[in-house]
Design a protein around this ligand. Structure first.
Ligand SMILES: C[S@@+](CC[C@H](N)C(=O)[O-])C[C@H]1O[C@@H](n2cnc3c(N)ncnc32)[C@H](O)[C@@H]1O
Length: 267
């Protein structure tokens, strides 16, 4: 039985982002919170512990496996915390309104229409409520993308370069986060960015790095139609990490408050 709901200390990715989220979040006992892209429960467990039994946390994730995993960690503890399967981009109309909406490492998945998703989420906020989302913003791993682009150019990989360019340009920025929160009529908008170094060694350690492989390197492989060529290309990249390390993610947190007076927010 787990009864310490602090953020895990040994998580080099979710925890630093969640710390940024909690830095901006104002949370009170009895708050009702919607936590989107909840995954394994960072920071849903912590939030549920903070709001206590007078409050509630609805934690949603699109992948059933994640939801089942979080439920099994939870067991019968914190019964005011519910993990449910759901797509944060298309939430059911009959959801109640929440005091807080949180989403650690969420905003990048608002694809393809990030503004529209943000707008649809705001509908589920109570007047005076707060939204805080985190994501790796534009600039994340730029040294890697620059090196990959250069190596693709050296090898004359035109289609692959175009695909990489499209991917790079599609990434969310702190600038857009701030602009969109303002456009939605949010008050006290704050967007912060902090670099986060990701440590890796060369070769297999780089290629199989749990964070890089799951979230970012796959995007490079997807730029290739020929996966044998992708493997050869990436093996060479992995042996030359001194050309793009240190490797920095940009940890971005975006936060805004819905005005108390209804009608201030454009639909
Ligand atoms: C990087 S993980 C973050 C999980 C957790 N918040 C954390 O900080 O560890 C992103 C999560 O977003 C979920 N996700 C991606 N797209 C989603 C969507 N459209 N709706 C709900 N969850 C989504 C994924 O299944 C994954 O669990």
């Amino acid at each position: 039985m787990i009864n310490n709901w602090s953020l895990p200390e040994n998580d080099p990715w979710s925890t630093p982002f969640a710390e940024s989220l909690l830095h901006h979040l104002e949370i009170r006992k009895g708050d009702h919170i919607l936590d989107i892209a909840a995954g394994g429960g960072i920071p849903a467990f912590y939030l549920a512990d903070q709001v206590g039994p007078e409050g509630s946390v609805l934690a949603i994730d699109i992948h059933q496996g994640q939801v089942l995993r979080s439920r099994s960690i939870q067991g019968t503890q914190l019964p005011w915390l519910r993990f449910e399967v759901g797509d944060m981009r298309f939430l059911p109309e009959d959801l109640p309104k929440f005091d807080r909406i949180t989403g650690n490492l969420s905003f990048m998945f608002f694809r393809p229409n990030r503004f529209e998703v943000l707008q649809s989420l705001v509908r589920f906020m109570k007047p005076g409520g707060q939204i805080v989302l985190t994501f790796p913003s534009l600039g994340t791993f730029d040294s890697l993308w620059t090196y990959v682009d250069k190596k693709m150019a050296d090898r004359g990989l035109k289609d692959e370069r175009n695909a990489l360019d499209e991917y790079i340009n599609e990434r969310p920025s702190a600038f857009h986060a701030e602009q969109w929160l303002q456009e939605l009529g949010m008050e006290k908008v704050k967007v912060s960015e902090h670099p986060l170094e990701i440590l890796t060694g060369p070769g297999r350690e780089f290629l199989n790095h749990p964070l890089l492989r799951g979230g970012f390197l796959d995007d490079i492989y997807e730029c290739f139609k020929d996966q044998a060529l992708a493997n050869d290309f990436m093996n060479t990249i992995s042996e030359n990490i001194s050309n793009f390390t240190p490797l920095y993610a940009i940890r971005c947190a975006m936060c805004g408050w819905l005005p108390e007076t209804p009608g201030d927010v454009p639909c």
